[in-house]
Structure formats: C-alpha cells, structure tokens
Design a binder for this molecule. Structure first.
Ligand code: PMP
Length: 388
C-alpha cells in the first residue's frame, strides 16, 4: 500500500476547518473588519449583518429563534454560563442540580465549583454502555432542583442520551433542562423543540468550523446571570466584542453540517463499521467500549485491545492520530473518567483507543489504519511476556 500522509482519526477532539467555511470567513479579517457593535458607520453595519446572518444559520440548524442564540467562546464557556449562570440566578428557588458521571469536564468542574459554594449536585451513574437510567433521573428530583444538565452525545464512547425522553421528564417536573450538544450538533438531529430543552451548548470546532467560538441557546425567558460584565453585548448575557470572522465561520459550518448530515452520517457509519469489522476479523481480543455500533455517534469507535498498552500502540503509529482513554483527551494525564464511570477494568482502560472518523476520512485511509493497527498490535503482543 502506498505511503499515505498522516491520518487524522481524532475528530472528537477537533475537526479541520472546511475550506468552504474558511472562504466564508476570509473577508471578515482584513476587509470587513468592523466591530459589530459600532452602530454609526458602514464598517460596523457590515459586521453586524454578517453576525446576524450567522445567528440565523445556527438558529435554523437547531430550530430556535435568532433571539435565543448567545455567542460564546465555545462549548466550555456555554456550559459554564448555563450551570453557574442558572444556579446563581435561580438560587432563591433552589440549590440542587442533576448531571451524570460521564459528562465533559466543562460540566463536571463547574458542578464541583458550585458544590464548594453550597449547591447540591446529584451525579447520576451510568451502565456499561454509558447510559443513564431514566428511573434514576426521575427519582433524583427534589423540591429544590433547579437544573438538569446532560449531554446529547458522549465525546469518548459516542453514547447518545435519550434527550427527547429526558425533556419530557424535566418538563413534567417543571425543572430547566440544559443539554451539552458539543458532540451531537451537526452529526445527529438536535432541535430544541423536539427535545424540550431550555439551554443548549454548541461549539463550532467540532463541526468543521473554527476554534474559539460557540453558542448557548437560551429559551425565551430563561435568564442566567452572566459570567462576566462589560459592554452588555448579547443582551447582557455575554459582554465582549464579537469575533466576527469566527462567528461567520460557525454559521457556515452549521449550515453545511445541517445540509449534509444525513448522507454524511450514513457514510461515516459505513466507514466506522468497516474499521470495526477489519479489526475484529483480523485480531483476537478486541472489545467494543460503550453502546453497540448501531446506537452511537456515527463516526465514533472506542475499543480496547487485550494485552496492549494503548500509549505504546499510539507511540508505535506516529502517522495515525487517535486518542487513548488511558491518558484521556484533556490536558490532565488521568485515565478516562468516562470509561471508569462505565465500570471498565483498569486493564481495559489502559488498552482503549478512540477512533473518531470525520468528513474527510476516506475508505483508503480506513484500510490503511486497519493494516497498521493489526500489525502493531500483533508485534506488541509478541513482546508481552504475560500473554500466552
Ligand atoms: N462538551 C463536550 C461533550 C466536548 O466534547 C467538548 C470538547 N471536547 C466541550 C464540551 C468543550 O467544547 P469547546 O472546545 O468548544 O470549549
């Protein structure tokens, strides 16, 4: 097989900017550089026009009103604004929040922050597939519950939470629902009406848009306290000069993802299944982590290779970009809290690899990855004295 350039299979970490998105952004750096808040001249009006077009594109993709979109620097900020902003704004109503153990650190860490300041947090457990039990959720409500925060799709094992069912439960309880859709949007249908969601976090760089921009959907009437104060941009929810080129990119990225979602999801599922089949047919001891491949994010595959240290496997395959649950995906070198919460043994976590396929992944690349991974796993297993 011919030598391919480095292969990127880490699309849950980030995605490349789609050239179509980049072309849309380009004029907003040097030419149309205005401040969208400058109301007195053409430069400002052009910038504002571009920001409002992007707001429409994002609103359309989640079927919300444009007035319900607040630009942020990404899903981390949107999650912080949702949790800390709602907790502090609604604290006279109650002090209890519900989340789950496999959420992203930008949910779990703000929850810890709130807990240290007197709020009560229920962290729901998950089963081996990373799924919460809806009965556990129903039982977790107290008279003081103000917010439930659960993710649409998990960034490590691709588990899809039943957001529509969850929305029915929170509405019945009269409690606000926040969904972190950083991994879900653009890949699976995410619409605010069908989910009955009150707050929804979005990120551009997971959907072939630029890094450093995201949004928080705020259902009409939902009013978190802002995280920072200043010029009162974004209806006072998020002060700060808007990053116009990034916002333009996010709008384009969401429009493209919405238009192409169905065909792209089918293509990614086919390639992901090809990868899983290739690995399991040619190697013993490859176990799937998380839900069955039919019920997870289309481009996600997370497997453990028995008797293998995933770090060594990755070091042996420098031209293939994947990530390991052993070292997690964050800046912290800790084993994945997601795989631990799913009850996986440390051996299995140590041998776990996350493959994240994306828009530009080709069949040829998948064949090459199967070839190389099989070769390297066999080589490493031969060196492992503990294996028969
Ligand atoms: N939530 C989830 C589920 C994520 O996967 C990520 C990114 N890893 C984030 C939130 C944070 O998004 P951002 O990088 O836009 O801050």
């Amino acid at each position: 097989m011919k030598n391919l350039r480095p292969i990127y299979l880490d699309h849950h970490a980030t995605t490349p900017v789609d050239p179509r998105v980049f072309r849309g952004m380009e004029p907003y750096f040097c030419e149309n550089f205005g401040n969208a808040a400058s109301k007195s001249h053409l430069f400002g009006w052009k910038a504002e026009g571009a920001v409002e077009k992007a707001r429409e594109q994002v609103a359309q993709s989640i079927q919300s009103s444009t007035k319900e979109i607040v630009w942020t620097s990404g899903a981390t900020e949107a999650n912080n604004l949702a949790l800390i902003g709602i907790a502090t704004a609604y604290q006279t109503k109650g002090d209890h929040l519900i989340t789950c153990s496999t959420e992203h650190s930008s949910i779990l860490d703000p929850c810890r922050y709130l807990q240290e300041r007197g709020f009560k947090i229920t962290t729901l457990p998950v089963n081996q597939e990373g799924m919460i039990d809806l009965d556990d959720l129903t039982k977790a409500f107290t008279k003081k519950t103000i917010l439930v925060s659960l993710m649409a799709a998990n960034n490590e094992v691709g588990t899809l939470h039943p957001t529509v069912e969850i929305g029915k439960i929170t509405r019945k309880q009269g409690v606000l629902l926040h969904i972190d859709a950083a991994q879900g949007c653009g890949k699976i249908p995410v619409t605010v009406q069908s989910m009955g969601v009150d707050l929804l976090s979005l990120s551009a760089h997971k959907v072939y848009g630029p890094k450093g921009v995201g949004a928080l959907y705020l259902r009409k009437g939902v009013r978190p306290l802002p995280l920072f104060y200043g010029g009162g941009h974004e209806r006072g929810f998020r002060s700060g000069t808007l990053p116009v080129p990034l916002i333009v990119g996010m709008g384009e990225a969401f429009e493209i993802a919405g238009n192409e979602m169905e065909t792209e999801a089918r293509r990614l599922k086919r390639l992901r299944d090809q990868l899983f089949r290739g690995l399991t047919q040619r190697l013993e001891g490859v176990v799937l982590n998380g839900p069955p491949t039919t019920e997870r994010l289309p481009g996600n595959l997370n497997v453990s290779f028995e008797g293998i240290d995933a770090e060594a496997l990755m070091a042996g395959l420098p031209n293939i970009a994947v990530s390991s649950g052993a070292a997690c995906t964050s800046a912290k070198a800790e084993p994945s809290h997601v795989l631990r919460a799913m009850g996986l043994s440390s051996e299995r976590i140590k041998g776990s690899v996350r493959f994240g396929l994306g828009r530009f992944t080709t069949e040829e690349e998948i064949d090459h990855v199967i070839e190389k991974v099989v070769e390297k796993v066999q080589e490493l297993r031969k060196k492992n004295p503990l294996l028969p």
